[in-house]
Design a protein around this ligand. Structure first.
Ligand SMILES: [Zn+2]
Length: 197
């Protein structure tokens, strides 16, 4: 069975704090999904989070599709080269005011999709293909109000797959779901993942 899970959407407009994110630790939900993968279940994670905590919890990087990018990399707006954001932060710490791309001297920005920006087309296409072959789509901790990510639930359902929503509040997709779970994610996900193993 293939499982897709979108876990915990960031709030629109929330400032990205790379250093605080470096100190953040995975929670029980992140760990449960990683353990599910290591138990031999085909898990793909579609996440709106940019914090890299799924990978930190042990999910294989190639199994995690970061729809809104990652704060752990910077990208050059001119040539597109990506480098670890730690390198750029180290240059700032060493006294460089405005570190530029080492390849082309272009402006560097965090490799994240900001509110109002479009998703990378290749990433969006990949997300749709994963949703269309989910088997089970778990939509976790998202109000499912940010498009086009939310409509991935409809893609899964239209392809005949089962949608389970875990969220504190009602979502526009609740009627499409086979099950809606209102429990806290940290309790619900470990239980769901244990049942799937
Ligand atoms: Zn460049």
């Amino acid at each position: 069975m293939r499982i897709s899970a979108g876990v915990v959407a960031p709030r629109p407009g929330r400032a990205v704090d790379a250093e605080a994110a470096d100190r953040a630790e995975p929670n029980a939900a992140h760990r449960a999904l990683a353990e599910l993968e290591h138990a031999g279940i085909a898990v793909r994670i579609l996440t709106q989070n940019v914090d890299g905590l799924h990978q930190k919890a042990g999910s294989s990087p190639r199994k995690v599709l970061e729809l809104h990018g990652t704060i752990h990399e910077v990208v050059c707006v001119r040539c597109g080269v990506r480098t670890p954001s730690g390198q750029t932060l180290a240059r700032v710490a060493a006294g460089e005011d405005d570190p530029r791309c080492a390849e082309c001297a272009g402006i560097l920005k965090l490799a994240v999709v900001l509110f109002g920006e479009h998703l990378d087309a290749a990433v969006a296409g990949q997300a749709e293909r994963i949703a269309a072959h989910s088997g089970l789509m778990l939509a976790v901790g998202s109000s499912l109000q940010v498009e086009p990510v939310a409509s991935l639930c409809a893609v899964a359902v239209n392809a005949g797959h089962r949608l389970v929503i875990v969220n504190r509040d009602p979502t526009p997709y609740d009627d499409l779901a086979a099950e809606v779970i209102r429990e806290p994610i940290g309790a619900a996900l470990p239980r769901i993942c244990a049942a799937l193993r």
